[in-house]
Design a protein around this ligand. Structure first.
Ligand SMILES: [Fe+2]
Length: 469
């Protein structure tokens, strides 16, 4: 399976090198392995990301590609790898016509004309995998074993609005906490999908304008939504953003099954946040760790609104001010404490998902290269309780991807398990999957598995245990 080059996009880095898409689907079971796959690693690592099937119409951005899921299945020391496109309505329509039909997010005039690619995130809930989109779309259900697209899941006709990527699986209540971003008022809604597989709660959250929040946080009794001062306006050439430093970052804490009138809003220093690490309750306070972007750059200025360079520059610069950051919201006094916890630039954080919404100590982030493109040069393990960090850097021609934490069978502590990460080659049609001991990240990998195909760098993934799929 080789990388694929489209004609007419030679100057677009998001279609070359580590970003280049692959042209086919495959299943592989034989690999060269240095080291050994641990016997107590059992489950699947699913990773979603953009992989355009047809030659893109207009300017192509990394965010635009059709969602493709890469699955790594581990059992009894063996691995099966497979990859499949998410067969969205948009992709099926394009397949019927044999060509790309809609322009990308940075060249479309109307946001409603953008294709829902389901390419951003993948979660496993109630034995199904779901491909989710950062602009909010109806969730695409996938068979977590075969990766076959089962189609849009409306949860027995109870889901009547699209939901965003980064819906949170709450392991305590076995439910899904979701948010929905809309282009029109109320701009944000919040809901819960319960273990009976139905929407059990839904409430609008009126924001002052179009904000496009990217994530939420959950705790046992609350969810935290964001109204950050990076806002969007409809301009003649599509959506344009503006960061207003005179406005606070607002965090809305809503009871898990609460409605809009129950939200308690907290104001903090202006920023943007792509990704939450985790949040939890401590007495009458809520603590939250995030990767906080101090200086989000407006994506496209008027003069260069359709310039490829401007578009690329935006993403690299935006991510390059992301830092490990702490918030504490006092529910009794309404006060906020906030502070950076490290000066290094890190993003795409993951935790042991069993600790979602509960006090947790460790997180694993990618480190960013000092180049304009968002390329990941290493991995860092943070210990929230102390000064301890561990970093691993990748060497050329490989670049990193968001990792995942996989608990060992019968794990007895938060970091008792493995960190898995894909390494993508910048110019060869081969990749690696590393299995690292989460307690000794800097030790040689327990297994380095040569994957004899190109795996483009992508967005988000998850780990699902055998009992969950
Ligand atoms: Fe994201």
């Amino acid at each position: 399976m080789e990388r694929f080059t489209f004609t007419g996009h030679d100057d677009n880095p998001f279609l070359q090198g580590p970003y280049a898409p692959v042209s086919s689907e495959c299943v592989l079971t034989n690999f060269n392995i240095t080291g050994r796959i641990p016997d107590d690693l059992a489950g699947v690592y699913l990773r979603n990301g953009p992989n355009p099937k047809y030659n893109p119409a207009g300017i192509y951005h990394w965010f635009d590609g059709d969602g493709m899921v890469h699955g790594f299945y581990f059992q009894n020391g063996t691995l099966t790898y497979k990859n499949r496109w998410i067969k969205t309505k948009g992709l099926i329509k394009e397949q019927q016509q044999g060509k790309s039909l809609l322009p990308g997010v940075f060249s479309t005039v109307s946001p409603t004309e953008t294709k829902d690619t389901a390419n951003t995130d993948i979660i496993v809930f109630n034995k199904r995998a779901y491909g989710l989109w950062y602009r909010s779309g109806m969730p695409y259900a996938l068979d977590p074993v075969t990766l076959e697209t089962l189609g849009i899941d409306s949860f027995s006709d109870t889901l009547h609005a699209p939901i965003s990527a980064h819906a949170k699986v709450d392991p305590l209540h076995n439910e899904l906490r979701v948010f929905s971003v809309s282009m029109k008022p109320p701009y944000l809604s919040y809901g819960v999908i319960n273990e009976e597989h139905k929407v059990s709660h839904w409430t609008p959250i009126e924001l002052p304008g179009l904000r496009l929040p990217h994530d939420i946080a959950i705790t046992t009794h609350y969810s935290i939504v964001m109204d950050l001062p990076l806002y969007y306006i409809h301009a003649p050439k599509g959506l344009r953003s503006h960061f207003d430093r005179s406005l606070p970052a607002r965090f809305g804490i809503i009871p898990r099954l609460g409605s809009t009138q129950h939200i308690q809003w907290f104001e903090a220093e202006p920023c943007y946040i792509y990704h939450v690490i985790n949040a939890w309750e401590r007495e009458s306070k809520i603590e939250m760790l995030v990767c906080r972007v101090t200086d989000p750059v407006p994506p496209l200025e008027d003069k260069a609104s359709d310039s490829l360079h401007s578009m690329i520059n935006f993403l690299g610069k935006t991510l390059k001010t992301a830092q490990y950051y702490y918030y504490c919201f006092n529910l009794k006094t309404g006060s906020v404490e906030e502070q950076p916890l490290d000066s290094r630039i890190s993003e795409f954080p993951v935790i042991n998902q069993r600790y979602m919404g509960q006090p947790s100590r460790y997180s694993y982030h990618v480190l960013l290269d000092d180049v304009d493109l968002p390329l990941f040069s290493g991995l860092i393990k943070y210990d929230y309780w102390g000064e301890y960090t561990e970093t691993v850097m990748w060497s050329k021609p490989y670049v990193g991807n968001e990792p995942v934490f996989a608990p060992r069978n019968n794990a007895n502590s938060e970091d008792d398990g493995y960190v898995l990460t894909i390494l993508t080659s910048c110019h060869q049609d081969q990749s690696k999957l590393l299995i690292l001991d989460a307690k000794k990240l800097t030790a040689p990998p327990l297994a380095t598995i040569d994957i004899p195909v190109h795996i483009p760098i992508g967005f988000h993934g998850c780990w699902a245990e055998m009992s969950q799929i």
